[in-house]
Design a binder for this molecule. Structure first.
Ligand code: FAD
Length: 324
């Protein structure tokens, strides 16, 4: 019997987040041919995003477009999604393992009485079973899990599963518009969103992250890192050492108590490589460490190491990449 796979799409700054495309590909990795893909798109002024999504979805797109959904709020989003979930009777619901995905997923799981797997980094099928891999102990170990019953809720870590590719020759997706009925009362409202970013590229979705530690020595010391990130179209991150020292905002902190990033290239500058920092970046595809101490623990993890002064090495790299 065919099953329904649901993806809860995520929109930020009027753009579809990359992790939604990764969630769409997650469905492709898990589903059978005759299963239904249904995307739930919530937000405000969603016409362009609906159009964009229809290039990826040969199934249904449920659009709930309302001014109250312009900013994520767990109560309004949950109120909006409930009835659509009821009508779809999903086998699996996929969300990004992002701030809002992490918030909404357990609400959906509780509502559906579903099992939940969080922070999934790989999906494979073996003998018709779908196996989900997720990191444990801050990336020092991995576990592979399968569900034994449905419904199921899965959050996927950004930047790990390949994104779906657009297929303009898809059979047209069926777009279903659903009205939003605001709840009679809300227990919380979003008053303001104060955004602290590390630049044009979102840190958790960046393909390249240039990160600074206590070795940058001051907030001015981050400037060469920002220039390198700019040239590489990457984002700037930091260790907690750098944040604690006041060199940068905590919004940049990567690690156990900060953000988890999995870019294609992670460049650690003046970071010693404490286990709590590694927890947030050890799954990066290629790790490059720049440190003047050849014994720095970060070199044990790094694919490439440069022993030297970051204030010499980073500007040299920037100049070379500018030429490329
Ligand atoms: P340091 O350890 O001081 O390292 C600085 C490095 O810079 C040194 O290796 C030095 O050789 C090098 N250096 C100095 N000058 C230069 C130069 N000019 N050129 C090149 N290299 C240079 N940390 C995190 O990062 N993220 C977390 O989420 C996090 N969570 C934590 C949670 C808990 C409960 C605890 C207890 C700690 C946590 N920490 C976290 C802190 C962590 O233990 C380390 O203290 C911190 O990561 C160290 O930051 P650092 O590498 O920048 O500084």
């Amino acid at each position: 019997m065919s099953k329904t796979y649901v993806v809860v799409a995520e929109v930020r700054d009027s753009k579809l987040r990359q992790v939604t495309l990764e969630a769409l590909n997650s469905v492709a990795l898990a589903q059978e041919d005759d299963d239904l893909l249904a995307v739930i798109l919530m937000g405000h002024q969603l016409a362009a995003i609906t159009e964009q999504l229809s290039q990826y979805v040969a199934g249904q797109i449920h659009v709930i477009d309302h001014i109250d959904l312009g900013t994520y709020n767990s109560e309004t989003y949950f109120a909006a999604i409930k009835d659509v979930l009821d009508s779809l009777n999903p086998h699996v619901v996929f969300l990004g393992h992002t701030a809002s995905g992490r918030d909404l997923a357990p609400m959906i799981a509780a509502y559906l009485n579903a099992g939940q797997l969080s922070d999934v980094i790989a999906i494979e099928k073996a003998d018709a079973e779908v196996l989900y891999t997720r990191p444990l102990y801050a990336g020092k170990a991995f576990e592979q899990k399968k569900f034994i019953e449905s419904p199921q809720v899965v959050t996927i870590r950004p930047n790990n599963i390949a994104a779906a590719t657009a297929n303009p020759s898809n059979p047209q997706a069926e777009v279903i518009t659903t009205d939003y009925a605001p709840p009679a009362s809300l227990r919380s409202i979003v008053k303001d969103v104060i955004r602290k970013t590390s630049g044009k590229v979102d840190l958790t979705e960046a393909k390249i992250v240039v990160s600074g530690g206590r070795g940058v020595k001051s907030s001015d010391g981050f400037k060469p890192l920002q220039e390198l990130a700019e040239v590489l179209n990457g984002a700037v991150g930091a260790s907690r050492g750098a944040c604690d020292a006041g060199y940068c905002d905590y919004a940049l902190q990567i690690g156990q108590t900060g953000k988890v990033v999995t870019p294609e290239i992670y460049i650690a500058c003046g970071i010693s490589g404490a286990i709590q920092h590694l927890a947030g970046m050890s799954q990066s595809r290629i790790i490059i460490a720049i440190n003047k101490d050849p014994e720095a623990p970060i070199f044990k993890l790094a694919d490439y190491g440069i022993v030297g002064d970051l204030f010499v090495v980073v500007p040299l790299l920037t100049e070379e990449f500018k030429k490329a």
